[in-house]
Design a protein around this ligand. Structure first.
Ligand code: CP
Length: 321
């Protein structure tokens, strides 16, 4: 099975490709390990020797600010050697295939690949073709999955709410094109979240959304009532092949998160956004910068969560070899 590719025969994490197929024990171990790494990231000397002598290659075929930078920092803080390939000036522009790029980098003794690619399934493809001692971490593949983002979002929620069982979490916006939403929904369900709501116009929902284990709302005001966590999503215009919305102004009127609308949620609700955010389209500036916003904390926690995932994979690779 495709998703079992990321586990060893005894159920340990070998690659990190998707939240699908991972157990509650694995997700909880990532969250607990990340908790221990937050103290490293708070120290004046932010380094531990866990990946000393290992090489991590960062391959970003799509733009990124947060994921690329925090993966780089995470690998540096684990003492790895980092190779960041500039795709725009790499031989991919001369027609070299993804597989040939991979094999050439493997010939440089890379131990871990971090890959973001516009094609769904690209990280799985990499994982199928790397050598036995090499691991692949998915930094976002097409509309399919962004599992490290999903995990840093779970870490942020747990930091603020301590548990998942009694929570109501609302994910708002362009669910249809969002790999982040898919990873969040899978993680929230594996962690037994009380209720997961998605709030979006019909045109921005995937087919059979309910089968993902969520409650669907089309009215934002109704969907936000008494929620503990609000997760806003960006309109992924680069993935829209036809006009799915009347206008951005109309979208903001119906689905934009304003300070007035935040009041519909519980008084201690937190506001999240994976970024990049478009102020005035899906979220009002005053909410993004407001006291309930934990958006920049998500970015900070991304370093500890990515350190945790890389260190867990490295320790299991060591055990296996
Ligand atoms: N959340 C996220 O994936 O942001 P970047 O595209 O900047 O990496």
């Amino acid at each position: 099975m495709l998703n079992n590719l990321q586990l060893t025969t005894d159920g340990k994490l070998k690659h990190f490709l998707s939240i699908e197929g991972l157990s509650k024990a694995i997700l909880t171990n990532i969250l607990d390990t990340a908790e221990s790494f937050t103290s490293v990231t708070d120290r004046s000397i932010k380094k531990v020797p866990i990946l000393r002598g290992k090489t991590v290659a960062n391959l970003f075929f799509e733009p990124s600010t947060r994921t690329r930078a925090t993966f780089e920092l995470a690998a540096q803080r684990l003492s790895a050697d980092i190779l960041t390939l500039d795709i725009k000036t790499s031989s991919a522009t001369k027609g070299e295939s993804l597989l040939d790029t991979l094999h050439n980098l493997e010939a440089m003794q890379v131990d871990m690949f971090v890959i973001r690619h516009q094609d769904s399934g690209s990280a799985h493809f990499f994982a199928q073709h790397v050598g036995p001692g090499v691991s692949v971490l998915n930094a976002g593949d097409g509309q399919h999955s962004h599992p490290t983002q999903g995990m840093l979002d779970m870490f942020t929620i747990r930091r603020h709410k301590q548990q998942f069982e009694n929570l109501c979490v609302a994910i708002v916006g362009d669910i249809k094109h969002s790999r982040v939403a898919r990873s969040q929904i899978h993680a929230l369900n594996v962690l037994n979240t009380g209720q997961v709501r998605v709030i979006a116009p019909r045109t921005l929902l995937p087919e059979k959304t309910e089968s993902l284990g969520v409650q669907v709302y089309h009215d934002l005001d109704e969907g936000l009532k008494d929620v503990d966590v609000i997760i806003m999503l960006r309109l992924q215009k680069e993935r829209m092949t036809s006009a799915l919305l009347p206008s951005e102004q109309e979208y903001f009127r119906q689905y934009g998160l304003t300070a007035e609308r935040v009041k519909l949620a519980k008084p201690d609700a937190i506001v999240m956004h994976p970024g990049p955010a478009n102020r005035g389209i899906e979220i009002e500036s005053s909410v993004m910068d407001g006291k309930q916003s934990v958006i920049l904390q998500q970015v900070t926690f991304g370093i500890a969560v990515r350190m945790a995932i890389m260190s867990i994979i490295a320790s299991q690779a060591t055990l296996a070899s």
